[in-house]
Design a protein around this ligand. Structure first.
Ligand code: FAD
Length: 325
């Protein structure tokens, strides 16, 4: 059985968990296996409906009031308990900070190997996975000989699809064995993020990038307009955030956000390895740069050579005409 750690938010099952569920279903099909879920925290009607849509017949639900606030160790104890008692042979979590933390704890508790940021899995025995390493700059093939195996799925490794046949999801209570030690670190206060929120950038299907070529804090009008016209988000290089032209929440790269949009349009970004680490999973890259030898240009699927302050307004003008606004 493949057990998927499902993360939830106010809207129900998160996008990344729906991707992990879809990924696990695809893997289960190849192995003739079943997929079950584990949800720590409230299972609302909305969550249950989304799990049904994902074809999940069984959702394990650890019950202990001490799990109400997030605690990496305590939540992992609960997930490891479900995995062991339900005889799961693979735990799949999403490659989010929380998914990664819980998966790592579970693997350490059970003394098994964990593979993070998996893009593909072959479904064989032992399981062989392809995963992103070195901040996404390289791919590694890894064989997981342990049972259970533990993996996290890289963001946007697959599109979240509903199952061919829905299931009525049974929520099965589970009583975890928690020790005081498990609760040493736990969330005691939550402050809403505002300016620093990166969720729009990481979830965007179109990202318009801007680097030093923007020229200064006033050089972003065109790229912001282009992002708006394409229903996307703005992503920038570290030079831009380092110079204080834009907030760090917009930075793409090794020390910023990792993005996997359908389309990335880096404008005036050279494509240093640390930036590339954050954007190489984009399905299509269209670079706009004055330098035809810039690494971003040579690696991009398409490139326009020229000044972004001329090219971007021309694209915007054409988009205005075509979109009728
Ligand atoms: P530059 O390298 O200066 O490139 C500017 C580009 O704009 C050039 O290609 C130029 O031809 C082009 N250009 C100039 N004017 C125009 C114009 N008018 N129109 C069109 N094109 C124009 N960087 C990140 O981005 N993200 C990270 O997370 C990150 N993490 C790092 C971590 C470490 C430990 C280190 C050491 C570095 C990190 N960096 C990161 C920095 C990285 O090495 C580069 O310095 C940075 O990405 C360069 O930013 P840039 O492309 O905007 O600027």
């Amino acid at each position: 059985m493949i057990l998927v750690l499902v993360e939830t938010n106010a809207d129900g099952v998160t996008l990344f968990s729906r991707e992990a569920l879809t990924f696990a279903r695809g893997l289960a099909q190849g192995r003739g296996d079943s997929v079950e879920a584990v949800v720590v925290g409230e299972v609302t009607d909305g969550v249950r409906a989304q799990l049904s849509e994902q074809g999940i017949a069984v959702a394990h639900h650890p019950q202990d009031e001490r799990l109400a606030a997030y605690s990496g160790a305590a939540w992992s104890a609960a997930v490891a308990g479900v995995l062991t008692s339900a005889s799961g042979d693979l735990l799949v979590a999403s490659g989010t900070p929380r998914g990664g933390e819980i998966a790592a704890h579970v693997a350490a508790r059970l003394g098994v190997v964990m593979a993070a940021n998996v893009l593909r899995a072959d479904g064989g025995d032992p399981l062989v996975v392809t995963r992103q390493v070195v901040g996404g700059a390289a791919l590694e093939e890894m064989q997981l000989g342990d049972t259970p195996a533990v993996i996290t799925v890289a963001g946007h490794a697959c599109d979240p699809e509903p199952a061919a046949s829905q299931q009525t999801t049974e929520v099965v209570p589970f009583t975890p064995a928690l020790s005081d030690r498990d609760l040493l670190t736990r969330v005691v206060r939550v402050e809403e993020k505002t300016a620093d929120d990166t969720s729009a950038l990481t979830a965007a299907r179109v990202v318009v990038g801007a680097g030093r070529g923007a020229g200064g804090p006033d050089g972003f009008k065109g790229v912001l307009e282009l992002a708006e016209l394409l229903g996307g988000a703005l992503g920038v290089s570290r030079v831009v955030t380092g110079l204080g032209w834009r907030p760090h929440s917009e930075q793409v790269g090794q020390t910023g956000s990792r993005i996997s949009p359908d389309l990335y349009i880096p404008c005036g970004i050279s494509g240093a390895i640390q930036h590339w680490a954050g954007c190489q999973s984009a399905k299509t890259i269209l670079a706009i740069n004055t330098d035809p030898e810039a690494p971003m240009v040579t690696r991009a699927h398409y490139a326009v050579i020229g000044d972004l302050h001329e090219i971007v307004p021309a694209i915007n003008e054409e988009l205005h005409k075509r979109l009728g606004r």
